[in-house]
Design a protein around this ligand. Sequence first.
Ligand code: G3H
Ligand code: 13P
Ligand code: ZN
Length: 287
Amino acid sequence: MITNVKDILAKAKEGGYAVGAFNTVNLETTRAIVEAAQEMRSPIIIQITEKTMEYAGGRLIYHLIKNDVEFYAPEIPVGIHLDHGKSFEIIQRAVAIGLPSVMYDGSRKKYADNLEITKKVVDFCHEKGVCVQGELGSVPYLGEIESGEVDWEKYMTDPGQAASFVKETGIDALAVAIGNAHDFFKEKDVPDYARLDMIHKNCNVPLILHGASDWENGRVAEVIKRGVCCFNVDTATRLAFINNLINSVRNQGNVSFDIRKLLGEAREAVRDVVKKKIKIFGSDGKI
Ligand code: G3H
Ligand code: 13P
Ligand code: ZN
C-alpha cells in the first residue's frame, strides 16, 4: 500500500530499526525492490531522481512504482519519494505528478539560500500534504572529493545550525553528513557519532543517512541508536545490475536474444542486494 513516508519513518524510529530508501530507474529495478520488500515483509521507500524522471518520464516511472505496489504488493507499506531535488521547479514538477514525498537538496548552497528555499519548498509541499526532507552539511560524491586525505570537517552537519534549520524550515526529515559519502568512496573510518548524538538531541525529526551502499552491520546499529531511521542506497543496486548484465553478455554460453532473460537475471541480482540491505537495516518482518 502506498504509505506516507512520514509514517514509515516515525514507525521505524519508534521501533528502533531503519528502512531502506532505494533508487529505481526502470521496470527491472522497481520490480526487484518491491519483490525484495515483499519477500522480507519489510516497509520500504522507493525513490527517483530528476535524472531518472528525464530518463524514464516522471509520470511513467511514478505510476510504474505506484501500480506495481497496488497490483502486486498491496500488503507492503511503500513510500514514493523524490531524491535530491535541486530546485524549486523540480519539486513543483514532482508534486504535480503526484509524488507524496520529496527531498529538497540545497546542501551545496550557502546556508541562507538553503534555508530560504527549503522554507519555500516546505510551505508549498505541506499545503498539499507532501513530506519534505532537507539536507544540511553535504554528503559528498566521488567526483567532489579530493584524493588523499579528506577534510571531512568541511562536509559535516553543524549540530547547532541543524537545530535552527529544522525549526525555521519545518522540514519532516533531515539528511545528515557525519563522514558518510555517496558512491563506493572510502568513508570516514569512524563516523562522527558524537556529532550525530548532538544533532539527534537538537532536532526532533527523523534523520536520514545518504551514501549507505557500503554501510555494514556495526555502523548501522550505532547510528540507528542515534536517531537515523532511513538509509539511502543506490550504488550497490546499480552495480549488482550492471555486473550481472556484463557477466551474462560476456559469458558466451549464456548469450540469449531474449532480453527478458538477461534483464530478468540482473533484476534478481538487484533483488538479492535489496534483501541483504533490508536485513542489515532491521526492517525485515516489520510490516
Ligand atoms: O544520490 C543520489 C543518486 O545516487 C544519484 O542518482 O544519477 O539519478 O542523479 P542520479
Ligand atoms: P550510495 O551512493 O551509497 O548508494 O547512496 C545513495 C544515495 O544517497 C541516494 O540518495
Ligand atoms: Zn543521496
